[in-house]
Design a protein around this ligand. Structure first.
Ligand SMILES: [Zn+2]
Ligand SMILES: [Zn+2]
Length: 451
């Protein structure tokens, strides 16, 4: 057998225009009734790697010797063999049917097939390698990733692309009709690879985002991660933690986001409820990190920036109002202080310090209340001063951000210690808590009341 395999084989099927090399070699082996392992073992590629643990070699580097060997044995030209692989490009990109895409956009372990395409011509279309192609636009059916009879996964590791180990030929499988938008999405991806010439349903930007394949794939992966949290749905599928039909369900949500561009995306952002700083921060950060991995999220980033502009402006305005209130507060203080105290206060303030007497005026309490809070560690006394009576402006601000006295609270709400207690709101300090002279609440605890 080994010697025989160095010669051209009796049957030499012609490659199809959109056929994958690995698929072609499996088809070639099966037509000539040669175990594919025998054929692959002849490649330099596996002499180095020694073990054949996958029949997928479209992304591998084939030496000239290997190309020549394959051309000779299949009775093709070297260029025909070369045309079936996926060439590497500069940086992280690879070239896929005239598009630049990323390695990650391709599923290299599991394989999906369209049973209807197979029953017309039994060969493996390269485009089925793209992770986000889940339906066949020619037959409007879902691709399948496992045997319909015994449920075994179709995979490049097993090489069971056409024929399952149970003896079932995938081309004989009953196909499942795909949801319309999934088919429309596949039409769109096929058209990017020049494999679809019919009229597209998503023709213009208001039907669906208009972008190149690299951008589409990256957005698909990014959004797939955002809607499932944690790992991307591609990774979850690869690891087997979601099934192919669950993957298709998730994909429907992604298509919805990219449809009616940018309305669908804006609705998605609306649902995230980006009102607080950390939400904005995390989404923005993950957009930027994802973008730097070689893909392209430009449309998502640009629309995001337009979307959050008014939110950020509103936040900046709130910040400004807060500072204005602070200035007013200090002005009121200056009004109360005597001339000589005024001067001292201004001098200290430029040094970033406050006297507890001034704090007392600002939050309307006695000096001993403040000393009590300092002793308890509620107000940090970090001023490098030998006198305890000086507090930094920073720790005073922090204190104001974190706590509120019952007295201040009562200016906003008609409430009392016992009323708050009934709502399970307990102060951090006060007579019945620690013997303190004034009830002090954590602002976070009373947030619900202030809304
Ligand atoms: Zn098909
Ligand atoms: Zn089977």
């Amino acid at each position: 057998m080994n010697k025989l395999l160095m010669q051209p084989q009796p049957l030499h099927p012609l490659p199809y225009y959109d056929e994958s090399l690995s698929g072609y070699l499996l088809r070639f082996s099966s037509e000539n009734i040669v175990p594919p392992r025998f054929l692959y073992e002849k490649l330099d590629l596996f002499r180095e790697k020694r073990q054949i643990n996958s029949y997928f070699i479209d992304l591998d580097f084939l030496s000239d010797k290997d190309l020549k060997f394959l051309a000779n044995i299949t009775n093709n030209k070297t260029v025909d063999i070369f045309n079936m692989i996926i060439p590497k490009h500069k940086n992280l990109n690879i070239e896929f049917s005239g598009n630049l895409i990323l390695h990650d956009d391709i599923e290299i372990i599991r394989a999906k097939v369209c049973p209807c395409c197979l029953s017309e011509s039994e060969y493996f279309r390269k485009i089925w390698l793209l992770s986000n192609v889940t339906a066949c636009p020619y037959h409007s059916v879902e691709l399948m990733d496992s045997c319909i009879v015994c449920s075994e996964q179709i995979s490049w590791r097993k090489g069971n692309i056409f024929l399952c180990r149970c003896g079932h030929r995938h081309k004989k499988s009953q196909a499942v009709l795909a949801v319309n938008v999934t088919v429309n999405f596949s039409e769109y991806v096929y058209s990017k690879c020049d494999l679809y010439n019919e009229r597209l349903t998503f023709i213009n930007k208001s039907d669906f985002i208009d972008c190149d394949l690299l951008t589409l794939n990256t957005m698909h992966r990014f959004l797939g991660r955002e809607i499932t949290t944690g790992l991307s749905m591609e990774n979850k599928y690869k690891r087997g933690s979601i099934t192919f039909s669950e993957y298709i369900q998730f994909q429907l949500n992604i298509i919805r986001i990219l449809r009616l561009w940018p309305e669908g995306y804006r609705n998605f952002l609306d649902n995230l409820n980006l009102r607080i700083y950390s939400d904005l921060y995390y989404l923005e950060k993950s957009l930027i990190i994802f973008q730097s991995d070689g893909g392209n999220l430009k449309p998502l980033i640009e629309e995001y920036l337009l979307y959050v502009k008014p939110i950020k402006e509103k936040r900046a305005q709130e910040e400004e109002e807060k500072q204005k209130r602070e200035v007013e507060e200090f002005e009121r203080l200056i009004g109360i202080l005597k001339d000589n105290e005024k001067e001292l206060f201004l001098k200290r303030k430029t040094q970033g310090r406050l006297h507890i007497k001034e704090i007392g005026i600002l939050i309307e309490c006695q000096e001993w209340h403040i000393k009590f809070w300092i002793k308890k560690g509620l107000l940090e006394n970090t001023a490098e001063d030998e006198f305890d009576d000086i507090v930094t402006l920073e720790s005073f601000k922090k204190f104001k951000r974190t706590y509120i006295t019952l007295k201040e609270l009562q200016k906003k709400l008609n409430t009392s210690y016992s009323q708050l207690l009934r709502k399970d709101i307990i102060p951090v300090s006060g007579l019945k808590i620690d013997g303190g002279g004034m009830y002090l609440y954590r602002k976070n605890d009373i947030k619900v009341l202030l809304k």
